[in-house]
Design a protein around this ligand. Structure first.
Ligand SMILES: Nc1ncnc2c1ncn2[C@@H]1O[C@H](COP(=O)(O)OP(=O)(O)OP(=O)(O)O)[C@@H](O)[C@H]1O
Ligand SMILES: [Mg+2]
Length: 314
């Protein structure tokens, strides 16, 4: 973590009620921090982009996206979730909202990103994906460019963008993943999920800029299984794809997750002390440190430029 960031985080909470108050949740902690640090050296900072990806479908990306977003918001970051699981989106259901406008209207040119962005009852904002719209399942270059522009506009308003990607190797997922600064790859311990995760890692390893991949092993039935699963995939990725991956952590198999009803608050809020929520909080803490570290680094190219580069390559 950068020194300036660490210094500000140690400030007593709730004492300063001014624009520089970094203690208010979701009020632009990073941007105010940077504005404060930038008195001598003005610079434009945009949100850190974190993509959640998987090889196999149904590994828990949307469940994790929702809870990580809430956890980061609770840590004073302005967070937006962008549901890029085009055509099969469900993040809005997990956030308990039913937005009138979605990615479909954005990419159709009918609405701006600010019109499709909605607040959720739990803090993070959301751009919902379109559900059941087959035309969204395969996007062309023009739509990907529109998405890149929209992400850039969101990145100006938030500290973190969490992108819930479609499972698998579709170019639109790969482009989005490669434009992110952090990739959270979600797998289950089963061999089928690991094989598919490796397929994605292999595909990403062939790109010029290699992504920073962190593995979450979801639905583990034994505390040792997360690390052991990571070791297996990490070894294969390094040896056969030449791409090292990192371990973010594991989340237990929990019937309370799969039995959740529509309208129920996400786990991290409803049962913060349960084993699953504690595991999620551990992931949030590590991710927060990485986001702050990325944010404290000198300006790099923005998300739109990174994405346009990828669109040209695919
Ligand atoms: N730790 C867990 N314990 C038990 N059930 C879980 C856990 N994590 C996720 N699930 C369940 O697995 C199912 C798939 O989860 P989710 O929708 O988050 O996966 P996904 O990766 O987003 O799927 P898709 O690829 O279709 O978008 C859901 O029914 C969810 O409740
Ligand atoms: Mg999903």
């Amino acid at each position: 973590m950068g020194i300036a960031v660490a210094a500000v985080k140690q400030q007593p909470r709730g004492l300063v009620k001014s624009e520089l108050d970094v203690t208010l949740p979701g009020q632009g902690f990073l941007r105010r921090l940077l504005r404060r640090g930038s008195l001598e050296q003005p610079c434009r900072k945009e949100a850190v982009v974190v993509a959640l990806a998987s090889g196999k479908g149904g590994t828990g990306k949307s469940f994790l996206t929702t809870n990580l977003a809430i956890g980061l918001y609770q840590r004073n970051l302005r967070v937006a979730v962008v549901d890029c699981d085009f055509g099969l989106a469900n993040a809005h259901l997990l956030f308990g909202v039913n937005p009138r406008y979605t990615m479909q209207h954005l990419l159709g040119g009918q609405r701006t990103v600010h019109e499709v962005l909605v607040p959720t009852p739990f803090g993070p904002s959301l751009v919902a994906g379109g559900s059941g719209i087959s035309s969204l399942a395969e996007l062309g270059a023009k739509h990907m460019q529109m998405l890149a522009r929209a992400l850039s506009q969101l990145a100006d308003r938030f500290d973190v963008l969490l992108i819930d990607c479609a499972a698998g190797l579709a170019p639109q997922s790969m482009i989005t993943v490669l434009a992110a600064q952090h990739v959270v790859m979600v797998t289950n311990p089963e061999i089928a999920a690991l094989t598919d995760a490796y397929a994605v890692i292999k595909c990403l390893s062939r790109q010029i800029e290699q992504p920073n991949i962190q593995l979450v092993v979801n639905r583990v039935t034994d505390p040792q299984l997360g690390r052991a699963t990571f070791e297996r995939l990490s070894e294969v990725s390094r040896r056969f794809a030449g791409l090292p991956i990192h371990y973010l952590g594991a989340v237990p198999e929990d019937q309370a997750v799969s039995h959740r009803r529509l309208g129920q608050a996400p786990m991290l809020l409803e049962t913060p002390e349960c084993e699953t929520s504690r595991a999620l909080s551990g992931l949030v803490a590590t991710l927060e440190a990485q986001v702050l570290e990325t944010f404290s680094q000198p300006n790099t190219r923005g998300v739109e430029a990174r994405m346009l580069t990828q669109i040209r390559r695919w």
